[in-house]
Write a protein that binds this ligand. Structure first.
Ligand code: SAH
Length: 242
């Protein structure tokens, strides 16, 4: 199982420092597409009111037994608990899981979505803050969705968000100019740094809705666009085909 131990986990270290009120350094993000950037660590601790509307919407329609996948500092799990909903959180980061426990997330454990044994299915699978990212690459998308499908109860729903990066690559004629070596415009490589802690580079997938929908259809899931915003982000719901 993929597990992030503290010495290789910049985001976990940032989460831990913020939670324990230590001096928080910059969580730096290097990428193949964007200039060096940073994630404001406080964003990982956002309250319901501070969340993008797409996320608020997802929390409202989440129901039944919910699995918060890649839960980070636990902002969505805590919000769902406050709403009286039944949620379990998983993350590959040991530090993030420790912090979630300390913050009061009742059911939380270190687990890799893509690995491990699962003894149950869920009514809602929640993947927020660009949930399609966990698929890594477009060619891994079908397997990723199959994995989610196996975890999904018969009447269940997968709620995930992403951004469509088309606006960055589209030229004046409306065609896409891909970067060298790129198969699809939403494939980005990231690496995070927090002080001396340097994470391993990882693949991340930003996905346009029609491509998500086509992949879902291939494995007999139904994809529905719930909401989109002016920042090119959207929330989608996937369910079993009837
Ligand atoms: N959902 C949170 C955090 C998003 S960051 C939020 O919106 O604030 C993505 C998180 O996914 C990180 O905490 C990372 O450790 C976790 N993650 C990455 N790959 C994973 C995997 N295969 N299984 C479970 N969690 C994973």
């Amino acid at each position: 199982m993929l597990k992030l131990s503290p010495e290789a986990d910049p985001m976990g270290a940032a989460i831990k420092a913020f939670h324990t009120k230590k001096k928080v350094e910059r969580l730096r993000v290097l990428s193949s597409l964007f200039d060096e950037d940073e994630i404001p660590v406080s964003h990982l601790f956002r309250s319901i009111e501070e969340m993008p509307l797409l996320e608020q919407k997802a929390l409202h329609i989440a129901k039944g037994r919910i699995l918060d996948i890649g839960a980070g500092a636990g902002c969505h799990s805590l919000a769902l608990q406050e709403m009286g909903k039944e949620v379990e959180a998983i993350d590959i980061s040991e530090l993030a899981v420790e912090v979630m426990q300390e913050r009061g997330v009742k059911h939380v454990r270190v687990a890799d979505l893509l690995d491990g044994q699962w003894s149950r299915q869920y009514d809602t699978l929640l993947l927020l803050m660009n949930g399609t990212g966990l698929a890594g690459r477009l060619r891994q998308l079908d397997n990723f969705l199959l994995r989610l499908k196996h975890l999904l109860a018969p009447q269940g729903q997968i709620l995930l968000d992403s951004s469509d990066l088309r606006f960055i690559f589209e030229n004046e004629e409306g065609n896409i100019d891909l970067a060298e070596g790129q198969d699809y415009y939403g494939e980005v490589d990231f690496q995070m740094k927090y002080g001396k802690i340097i994470g391993r580079p990882f693949h991340w997938l930003y996905l346009d809705f029609p491509t998500l929908q086509a992949a879902a259809t291939r494995i007999n899931l139904c994809a529905e666009l719930i909401e989109e915003n002016e920042e090119h982000a959207y929330l989608a719901r996937l369910t079993h085909q009837l």
